[in-house]
Design a protein around this ligand. Structure first.
Ligand code: SAH
Length: 226
């Protein structure tokens, strides 16, 4: 925890998450130990421990803490798991995952966001996070399978490629639905070769976009509150 973090603000957030049904104490501890203020732009630092999504530039957002908690809990992590995250963004979700599993591999298609996230992982000494610049819908060529996969951007359906990378006994969570509305969070389990899907409720994510940004899309505009 950095000295700037107000302990009572963090405690209030944890209580709120518990009140909203996050029961996994390991997940709550990981959130408590991850200084969200380091992952938001300076202009939003005062809102860092509010239970809201915030802009991080390039039209992207850091997810609401409740959604981070819900998705993390849904993965049922342990310290042997190798986890793939698609959509590094600020790096906050990856930092929370890193405290609950053996290794996190995270992919981002905006180079500038990835660089900022990498600096945060270094600052927090999260040595079990590996980053990659690229299109996460293609998976991670050097790795056959992952025990857990989390997609933090929404697509009309779960990318088939990612399902193929899910190990036997593995769990994938991903928001599925049209851009910015009517999305649901799906959890997929691979068991005895079959895939079982359950619906964890409504969510709202930025879109999962195939390919890399064109020059203009990659330009940073100052983030605005939405
Ligand atoms: N997990 C992030 C929130 C991510 S917002 C956090 O904790 O802050 C979704 C992110 O997914 C954005 O940064 C966006 O650029 C990225 N993204 C969208 N499509 C992608 C793709 N095909 N491959 C990799 N990253 C992608």
């Amino acid at each position: 925890m950095t000295p700037a973090a107000d302990k009572s603000e963090v405690a209030r957030l944890i209580m709120e998450l518990r009140g909203e049904g996050i029961a996994d104490q390991r997940v709550l501890n990981a959130i408590e130990r991850t200084p969200r203020e380091l992952f938001v732009p300076a202009t939003f630092r005062e809102q860092a421990y509010e239970n809201v999504a915030l802009p991080i530039g390039h039209g992207q957002t850091i997810s609401q803490p409740y959604v981070v908690a819900l998705m993390t809990q849904a993965l049922e992590l342990n310290d042997r798991h190798k986890v793939l995250e698609v959509g590094t963004g600020s790096g906050y979700q990856a930092a929370v995952l890193a405290r609950l599993c053996r290794r996190v591999l995270t992919i981002e298609r905006h180079r500038a966001l990835l660089k900022e996230a990498e600096a945060r992982f270094a600052k927090l000494r999260l040595h079990n996070v590996t980053t990659r610049f690229g299109d996460g819908t293609k998976g991670w060529p050097e790795h056959e399978t992952f025990d857990r996969i989390m997609v933090t951007a929404a697509a009309p359906e779960i990318p088939r490629n990612l399902l193929e990378h899910l190990a036997e006994g593995g769990i994938l969570v991903a928001p599925v639905g049209p851009a910015r509305r009517d999305q649901k969070l799906l959890r997929v389990r691979r068991k005895n070769g079959d895939l079982a899907v359950d619906d964890l409720g409504g969510v709202r994510f930025v879109p999962l976009v195939a390919g890399l940004p064109r020059a203009r899309e990659g330009l940073s505009r100052p983030p605005r509150a939405s």
